[in-house]
Design a protein around this ligand. Structure first.
Ligand code: ARG
Length: 467
C-alpha cells in the first residue's frame, strides 16, 4: 500500500475466533484506523505499561509476565520510533498492531495484557493522553504569543494610530493598546486551554468495555501512574465520552477565530494604502509577475486555517450527535479531526508569533492616519460638556457642525481658527486646541482599561506578572 500499511488476507488474529474468513476489502478499508491512530503509539504503550504494572501489583498477572510485557512494549516503542515497525491494516488499529507485535516478541504472556480492559477504555485513555499533551503544548505556544504582544506593546505604548469602528477611523488609540487587546484575547484562549486540561484530567482506563470489570483492579493506581488527578467515576460515560476532544476543538476554534481577526488586520495594515506595518521577508512572499509586490501569505493562510479548524469542531459535534451510550464505532472518526486541527492550530500560532515579533511598525504612517478623519471630534464634544457645560447631545450637535465646516474646507479640526469655531458656538475658547491633537486625545483617556499610555503601561505590568 502507498501508505506502507499492509493489506488483510485472512481473519483478524485478535478477534478472529468467531470469524471463518477475512473481511471484504472494502470492510477493511472503512474499518481500519491504523492510517491515522498510529499517532497514538507512545500513549498506547505508556497506558499498557501502567495497566500491566497495576495488574501485577494486584496479583492479577504474575510479575514475571509483567516484566516480559514491559520489556516487549519498550522494544516496540523503539521499533516504532526508528521506523522499523511494520504496521498492518489487517490489525485495524494501533492497539491491535502493538498487541500482535508483543505476541511475536514475548509469546503467550502478551495475551495477559488485555485482562481487565477493552479497546474502548484503551482508546479513550490513549486519546485523552494525546489531547492533554497537545493542550499543554498550546498553553506554551499561547504564552509565547502573548509575550510577543507584550514586547510590542511596551515598545509602542506611546505610538498613536487610528482606532476603528466599522473599519472607519473612530478615535485615536495607541498601538500598544491595540496590541494589549490581543493579549486579552489570547490570554482568554490560554485560560480556556487550562480549563480543558483540568476537565480532562481523569483516567478512563479500567472502565473496560462499558460496565467495569470483575478483576480486583486499582484504577487510582493507574490514574496516578499516568499523571491523572483521579479516575473517571462512571464506566458507561467513560467509554462514551469525547467531551475532551470537543473541548479541545472548541478552544482551538475560538483561538483560530482570534487569529483570523489578527491576520485580517495584518493583511490590511500591510497594504500600501494603510502602510501601518512592513512585514519581514521571513513572513511574506513576492509575486512572480509584479516585482513591486510583497504579499502577506502567512497571514492569509492563518486566516484560512480558521475554516478547517472550525470545520473540525462542527464535524466532531455532528459525529457525536445522537450517539446512544456507550461506545459506537462512529467515535473512531474523532481522531482525524483533532489531529488536523491541532497541527494547523500550532502552525497558525507559530506563524503569528513570528509575524508579530518581526514586523516593522511604521510609526510615522500610523501617526499621520491617527489625525485624519476628524478622529478627535469626540474630544471636542467632551470638551464642550466639561468646559462649557453643554448636555452631551447638544455638544454632539455642535461638534457635527464643526466637522462639517472642516470637511467643507478640507482641513483638520485643529486647523480651524478660533473665530470660525466661535461662529458655531461663542462659548468656545482657545483652550479647545489642547484637546484637538491626537496626543492630547490619547493621553486624556485614563479610565481603567483605556488607551492613555500611562494606563496601557499598567495593563502591560498586570500581564507581565501573569505571563
Ligand atoms: N480503533 C477504535 C477507535 O478508534 C478502537 C476502539 C474499538 N472498539 C471496538 N469496540 N471496536 O475507536
Amino acid at each position: 500500500m502507498a501508505d506502507g500499511i499492509k493489506d488483510a488476507t485472512s481473519s483478524n488474529q485478535m478477534w478472529g475466533g468467531r470469524f471463518a474468513s477475512g473481511p471484504d476489502a472494502i470492510m477493511e478499508e472503512i474499518n481500519a484506523s491504523i492510517g491515522f491512530d498510529k499517532k497514538l503509539y507512545a500513549q498506547d504503550i505508556r497506558g499498557s505499561i501502567a495497566h500491566a504494572t497495576m495488574l501485577a501489583e494486584k496479583g492479577i498477572i504474575s510479575h514475571e509476565d509483567k516484566d516480559k510485557i514491559v520489556a516487549g512494549l519498550n522494544t516496540i516503542l523503539s521499533e516504532i520510533k526508528s521506523g522499523e515497525f511494520e504496521f498492518s491494516r489487517k490489525l485495524e488499529d494501533i492497539h491491535m498492531n502493538i498487541e500482535a507485535r508483543l505476541a511475536t516478541l514475548i509469546g503467550p504472556a502478551a495475551g495477559r495484557l488485555h485482562t481487565a480492559r477493552s479497546r474502548n477504555d484503551q482508546v479513550a485513555l490513549d486519546f485523552r493522553l494525546w489531547v492533554k499533551e497537545e493542550l499543554v503544548k498550546c498553553e506554551k505556544m499561547l504564552t509565547d504569543l502573548v509575550g510577543a504582544f507584550l514586547d510590542r506593546a511596551e515598545e509602542h505604548a506611546e505610538t498613536v494610530m487610528p482606532g476603528f469602528t466599522h473599519l472607519q477611523a473612530a478615535q485615536p488609540v495607541t498601538f500598544g493598546h491595540h496590541c494589549m487587546a490581543y493579549v486579552e484575547m489570547f490570554g482568554r484562549d490560554r485560560a480556556r486551554v487550562r480549563h480543558a486540561i483540568d476537565h480532562l484530567d481523569e483516567s478512563p482506563i479500567g472502565a473496560a468495555a462499558l460496565a467495569g470489570t470483575p478483576y480486583p483492579i486499582d484504577r487510582h493506581m493507574t490514574a496516578k501512574a499516568l499523571g491523572f488527578r483521579e479516575p473517571t467515576r462512571n464506566s458507561i460515560d467513560t467509554v462514551s465520552d469525547r467531551d475532551f476532544a470537543l473541548e479541545f476543538l472548541s478552544v482551538a476554534a475560538i483561538c483560530a477565530v482570534h487569529l483570523s481577526r489578527l491576520a485580517e488586520e495584518i493583511v490590511i495594515w500591510s497594504t500600501p494604502q494603510f502602510g501601518f506595518v512592513r512585514l519581514s521577508d521571513a513572513f511574506s512572499t513576492g509575486s512572480s509577475i509584479m516585482p513591486q509586490k510583497k504579499n502577506p501569505d502567512a497571514a492569509e493562510l492563518v486566516r484560512a486555517k480558521t475554516g478547517r479548524i472550525n470545520g473540525s469542531l462542527v464535524a466532531l459535534l455532528t459525529i457525536m450527535k445522537g450517539l446512544p451510550l456507550a461506545y459506537s464505532k462512529d467515535m473512531q472518526e474523532d481522531k482525524e479531526q483533532v489531529f488536523d486541527a491541532a497541527e494547523n492550530l500550532e502552525l497558525a500560532i507559530a506563524a503569528m508569533t513570528g509575524m508579530i515579533r518581526d514586523m516593522e511598525i511604521r510609526v510615522d504612517r500610523m501617526r499621520a492616519a491617527a489625525g485624519a478623519g476628524f478622529s478627535t471630534a469626540t474630544d471636542l464634544a467632551d470638551w464642550l460638556v466639561r468646559e462649557v457645560g453643554l448636555p452631551f447631545r447638544e455638544a454632539h450637535h455642535v461638534t457635527g457642525r464643526v466637522v462639517a465646516l472642516a470637511e467643507s474646507k478640507s482641513c483638520g479640526l485643529a486647523d480651524l481658527s478660533l473665530e470660525e469655531l466661535q461662529a458655531i458656538d461663542p462659548n468656545i475658547t482657545d483652550k479647545v486646541f489642547d484637546v484637538l491633537s491626537v496626543d492630547a486625545s490619547v493621553a486624556s483617556r485614563q479610565s481603567f482599561g483605556g488607551t492613555a499610555p500611562a494606563e496601557v503601561k499598567k495593563q502591560i505590568a498586570w500581564w507581565r506578572a501573569r505571563n
